[in-house]
Design a protein around this ligand. Sequence first.
Ligand SMILES: [Fe+2]
Ligand SMILES: [Fe+2]
Length: 342
Amino acid sequence: MSGSSNVGLRTDHGVVEDPERLAEFEARIAAGELIEQDDWMPEAYRTGMLRMAEHHANSEIVGALPEGEWITRAPSLKRKLALTAKVQDEVGHGQMLYRVSEDLGKTRDQMLRDLATGRTKYHNVFNYPAPTWGDIAMIQWLIDGAAIMNQKTLADGSFGPYVRTMHRINMEEAFHFRSGEDMVLTLMSGTTGQKRMAQDAFDRWWAPALMFFGPEDKPDAENLPAMKWRMKTVKNAELRQRFVDRFAPAALDLGLVAHLGDERDAFDRARALAGIDRARLVRYVRPGSRDRDLYSDGRARAETASGGGGVEINLLRVDGLDAALLPGARFLYLWSVPSSGG
Ligand SMILES: [Fe+2]
Ligand SMILES: [Fe+2]
């Protein structure tokens, strides 16, 4: 399903590289050349690329696990066939990426052992549960959609074997995304129960989809090895904004979101709904939560200044995301109060 370029790159290995070879390497990168596995490369580049490809491979395999569990429960033969093909694709992506990683010097045996023992990681997004068919649809729409967005930029990278693998993987991801779009559209054109299932899943997956693009960029990201050596080509914040610009209007069109706006818009709307002039915004943070977001429990409540009454509105969870991550962002969404009509 999905790879990410946001795995941390540890590049300080205390290895002193030959300055002439390093200069030659960097000149090749600057000229847009591809680095091949037998070419000279700094140790930090080799270990960084290995870490990235291995993390990506792990994510493809682990990401396919919850989807595989849904094959027998798919609602129609058509969906069953499509999901079977998708799971097969994802495992295939994992295989191709383990090949790339092997060529960077780590055995497959060791990689699988490290994955099983937790020494290496996979993308965090695959730790979220997928309790309904709606989740499977949302994963294929939002997470495969996010993966394509990210992997398109990784295909502009500098390591030849990884770049070629990205081109191949992205063609298949495009099918996953199309199929996901069709699944979401079908649910949203269906019964009240189907719409509610899709809505619940959307509410669960929007924040993980945003977090898919990784943490806040370091201030000097362009000059750090990951970008300087074109292992990744676009900053996390920029990718996240592209995702929002593409998917927020789509969610609005589908009726999964009632309004697009920022915190101020949401608050003003809540006040208007309550028919009050003065209000304060109460921010809830789940006790003990490590999240630094304002909406950890998924809700913001506008209350009258006197403390009575008030109206509750739903805001999409934006875990860990605030103005610091996306200045001037349009990523906070307000949707209407859930009604019995779904
Ligand atoms: Fe995929
Ligand atoms: Fe994939």
